[in-house]
Design a binder for this molecule. Structure first.
Ligand SMILES: [Zn+2]
Length: 399
């Protein structure tokens, strides 16, 4: 495709990959394991992509509609994000993936030149749309925007993701609700594996878009193990764990992680989908996960809740009306250097865009900075100590 504007980026990536060992060069996205924490077994690594590398464990800000809500790409970069996530379902429904393809892909469309990951659209179809019907072929559903009918299949999901052009694309899977019957969880994970095979065949750009498979299996350890074995039987550039953090108790989620992680290959990135509260991020990194995403920092920010080193703070509460201290006096972010709780509270109460921006900005900084601290703790073999100290100050129970 000589006219594809992504070709130059792809060519640069190929040039870079010529210097790599044979094993790494098989995929456009690859993982470099740099250190294992002697205290916990957590991994410090680098994920290389056609749009640059990022260090792991990494938090990926979510840009649902091809924007991290209220933030410019330059601002998101200044906070240290090396990769963001965007949602296939939303961009497919609006403006339509062919428009983004015509624009030269999502990177160009939204002016983001670092890595992007797109999800399969499955999660939104299962959670947002009405009147969905699932069968072996895929899912029929009604759009939440205009009620129009669509079918999302493994082939369609990959076609849309190929149009969007993200560096990492996700296999189309079924997210089952919690709780789910064991029998259904088993049938569903087996169908997810068959769908993965169709996704691999459908990927038109395996040379520049890395397809990750997704482990499912509900809250059943033996099914998680079955799914991990089935999914990793396909030689893919990376693997994800899906269907967790869907309302189950934290202990149950950690059990599922512990059952799954040992079955994932060491030299591939591991992505835990949809997880983003500080305690879950630390616990999952500690168990050997590398990549995370969550809408939490921008969503709670818009509603006037901020994350601080001492726990969550509802800054829109009346008690902050005359509080002229920053959100967090230990925070080094732009917001905490210049604005007070009272001012941010006032803006949010008055529905001012700038208030939502400031709260989102600080929250994104908080989680990206937390992951930087996690990486540093892994490098110094003390992630367990870091967790204990963080939980003590933040106010979490240790698990
Ligand atoms: Zn701050």
């Amino acid at each position: 495709m000589p006219n594809d504007p992504q070709d130059q980026v792809y060519q640069n990536s190929l040039d870079m990959q010529k210097q790599l060992p044979e094993t790494a060069r098989r995929f456009p996205v690859w993982y470099e394991l740099r250190h294992v924490c002697a205290q916990t077994g957590a991994r410090l690594g680098t994920v290389h992509t056609p749009h640059g590398a990022f260090e792991t464990p990494a938090f990926m800000p979510v840009g649902t509609q091809a924007t991290v809500k209220s933030m410019s790409p330059e601002e998101v970069k200044s906070l240290g994000a090396g990769i963001i996530l965007s949602n296939t379902y939303h961009l497919w429904m609006r403006p339509g993936s062919e428009i983004i393809r015509e624009a030269g892909g999502l990177h160009r469309f939204m002016n983001w030149d670092r890595a992007i990951l797109t999800d399969s659209g499955g999660f939104q179809v299962f959670s947002l749309s009405d009147l969905r019907h699932i069968n072996e072929d895929g899912v029929n559903f009604k759009s939440h925007i205009d009620g129009s009918r669509h079918t999302l299949t493994p082939e369609k999901s990959i076609e849309v993701q190929n149009d969007l052009g993200a560096d990492i694309i996700m296999a189309f899977d079924e997210c089952i609700p919690y709780p789910a019957e064991q029998d259904y969880a088993k049938k569903s994970l087996e169908r997810t594996t068959r769908w993965l095979e169709r996704c691999i065949k459908a990927n038109r750009h395996p040379d520049r878009q890395a397809l990750f498979g997704i482990v499912q299996g509900g809250m059943y350890k033996h099914l998680r193990r079955q799914s991990a074995a089935d999914i990793t039987a396909f030689d893919l550039p990376g693997y994800a764990i899906g269907g967790l953090s869907v309302g189950e108790p934290k202990e149950l989620m950690l059990e599922m992680l512990e059952a799954t992680v040992p079955l994932l290959p060491e030299h591939k990135p591991r992505y835990l989908m949809g997880v983003g509260t500080p305690d879950y991020l630390i616990e999952a990194a500690l168990r050997g996960l590398d990549m995370f995403d969550c809408v939490l920092p921008t969503r709670i920010g818009r509603n006037g809740t901020v994350l601080t080193s001492k726990g969550r703070m509802i800054v829109r509460d009346a008690k902050y009306a005359r509080d002229f201290a920053p959100i967090d006096d230990t925070c080094s972010c732009y917001v905490c250097q210049h604005y007070s709780r009272a001012y941010i509270r006032h803006l949010i109460k008055a529905n001012e865009i700038f208030g939502m921006r400031l709260a989102s900005w600080h929250n994104l900084h908080f989680l990206l900075d937390l992951m930087a601290q996690v990486r540093q703790a892994i490098a110094h073999d003390r992630l367990g100590d870091f967790r204990d100290a963080f939980f003590e100050t933040f106010g979490y129970q240790k698990t």
